[in-house]
Design a protein around this ligand. Sequence first.
Ligand SMILES: [Zn+2]
Length: 222
Amino acid sequence: MRIPSGRTPVPVSASSATSGRVPTQHDLDTLSRQLNRPVRDVVEIPARCVCGNPLVAATAPRLSNGIPFPTTFYLTHPVITAAASRMEAAGMMTQMSERLATDADLAAAYHKAHEAYIAARVAIGERAGTGPVPEIAGISAGGMPTRVKCLHVLAGHALAAGPGVNPLGDEVLAALAPWWTAEKCYCEGAWNDSAPVPSKDLSRHVKHLNALAAKQAGEQKS
Ligand SMILES: [Zn+2]
């Protein structure tokens, strides 16, 4: 039996020859369709479906409007986000947080995942040329390093980093198996490929960010 060196090559590694990290316009359009809103400041595609479609988007640690953005890895595939939501509704976050409070080994590994998340974000910021973002230094996402507040964040990190980096993220991916596995493409029908690419962002979060940015720009001018 051949023992593969290093980690298993699923999902499709972002460094493989066929699918690059830097998003193409087609990738960006697919992300906007997956999320049903225009994506902004996506600088890399850290994990892809076996068919090549994005599973996770990496956002620059500082948005082009200047706002620091700690959630570097954003799960975009609708099949995976829906499954993660089901597991959240089933109470998986509470169970994980309770285990973190009692299992020292798990807590230590999860703390390492938190550090790996920040290190990956710094590296992405360097590659994207956004420079250091001191406002979010030491801050990761999803409740790390001591709690679990979002399974989508953990799954996104596990997909981006590969197995063995985020123990709870790996558990989320394993629990997705009834709905999604890395070996198969679940893209067909998961979003509307023939619809126009969403171009107007009406999400409350972005409206809030835009208002903040406009206010800051106004303050800087005055
Ligand atoms: Zn696919």
